[in-house]
Ligand binder design. Structure first.
Ligand SMILES: [Zn+2]
Length: 298
C-alpha cells in the first residue's frame, strides 16, 4: 500500500566535512561546503499519527535505507528540474521513548533555491510530505491483517485505541516541501474531487475526531429515537385494529419522517384513549384488552 506522511524539516546550514563526503558521493559535480545548504528531516516514527497509523519500529532501519538518495521536490511538482534536494544520510534514532528516522538532505545554494532555503529557515516550508510503500498493515488490537478482523482504527477496544501498524517496507519515494496551509487546502480539494471523501476521513485529517465521535454518538441516539417512534406507531396501529397488517404498518413507518411519526403517534394515542372507555363500557373481551395493553409495551 502507498503511504504518505507528514514529516518535519529542521534547519541546519553548512555541512560538516563528513557530510560533504556523503554529499559528493551522490552529486554529479564536486561541491564545496559554501555551495551547499544542509537540513535534517524527521521522516517516519513509531508513534500513532493522525491517520491512526504507526510504523513498526522493526521496519524503520530498512525504511531508512530506502530513503537514502531520494530527492525532494517543491509543492508536488514531480518534474526533474524541480528536484531541488536530496537525502544523503539516514539514521534511526530514539528520543523520548519514540523511534524515528532522521534524514539529512542537501540542496545547492543560489537562484530559486535561495528563496526555498529562506522559507525553510523561516519555517514556512517546515512541513514535508513523505511517501513510501509498505507491504503489510496489521491491527494493533489482535495482530491480524488490518481490515480482515473488523477492528477499526481510531476506535477504542477495552480502553485500547486501535491503530494500523505498518510493516514490511518495500519502497520509499521522493519527499515534497509543502507550505502548511497550502497543503491542507490541496488535500481537501483533492479528496472532494475524487468524490470518495467521508466526514470521518476529514475529521481524522484535521484532528476533529473528538467532535466527530460526539456527533456520531448523538446521531446514534437520534436513530434509536426514530426506531422507538416507528415501533410505537406500528403497535398503536395494531392495537387500534386499523386493518393493515404489521409489515405494511412497519413499511409505512420506516419511510416516514420523525416529525410526521410524532404527529401520527399523538393522534393514534388520542384515538386509542377514546376507544378504551368505550371498550370498557361495552365490557369488551379480555383477549382484546390484553392486546391493547401489550400494544403499549415498548
Ligand atoms: Zn483486529
Amino acid at each position: 500500500m502507498q503511504v504518505t506522511k507528514a514529516a518535519e524539516a529542521a534547519t541546519h546550514g553548512t555541512p560538516s566535512p563528513l557530510q560533504m563526503e556523503a554529499i559528493n558521493a551522490l552529486a554529479k559535480a564536486a561541491l564545496t561546503p559554501e555551495q551547499v545548504y544542509v537540513f535534517s528531516l524527521r521522516l517516519c516514527d513509531d508513534q500513532m499519527d493522525r491517520d491512526f497509523e504507526r510504523f513498526d519500529p522493526a521496519a524503520l532501519p530498512e525504511l531508512a535505507r530506502l530513503f537514502r538518495g531520494k530527492t525532494g521536490v517543491v509543492d508536488h511538482q514531480w518534474r526533474a528540474e524541480k528536484q531541488i534536494a536530496r537525502i544523503f544520510e539516514t539514521q534511526v534514532l530514539q528520543e523520548d521513548g519514540a523511534s524515528y528516522i532522521r534524514a539529512w538532505a542537501y540542496m545547492r545554494r543560489g537562484g530559486e533555491n535561495d528563496q526555498i532555503i529562506a522559507d525553510i529557515e523561516a519555517g514556512i516550508k517546515k512541513e514535508v510530505s513523505v511517501g513510501c510503500a509498505m507491504g503489510r498493515a496489521v491491527c494493533s488490537i489482535c495482530g491480524s491483517d488490518y481490515g480482515s478482523c473488523g477492528h477499526q482504527k481510531g476506535e477504542c477496544y477495552d480502553g485500547q485505541m486501535c491503530c494500523a501498524i505498518l510493516r514490511e517496507p518495500m519502497d520509499a519515494y521522493e519527499f515534497s516541501f509543502v507550505a502548511v496551509p497550502a497543503q491542507r487546502e490541496a488535500g481537501v480539494l483533492k479528496a472532494a474531487g475524487n468524490g470518495d471523501v467521508t466526514l470521518k476521513t476529514l475529521a481524522e485529517r484535521f484532528g476533529a475526531q473528538r467532535e466527530y465521535r460526539e456527533l456520531k454518538a448523538l446521531a446514534e441516539l437520534g436513530k434509536q429515537y426514530q426506531k422507538q417512534l416507528q415501533d410505537s406507531v406500528v403497535r398503536l396501529g395494531l392495537a387500534l385494529d386499523l386493518g393493515a397488517p404489521e409489515p405494511v404498518l412497519r413499511s409505512i413507518a420506516a419511510g416516514a419522517k420523525a416529525e410526521d411519526l410524532t404527529v401520527l403517534k399523538t393522534a393514534l394515542e388520542e384515538r386509542l384513549a377514546e376507544s378504551m372507555p368505550l371498550t370498557r363500557q361495552l365490557g369488551g373481551t379480555p383477549a382484546r384488552e390484553e392486546g391493547l395493553e401489550s400494544g403499549f409495551l415498548i
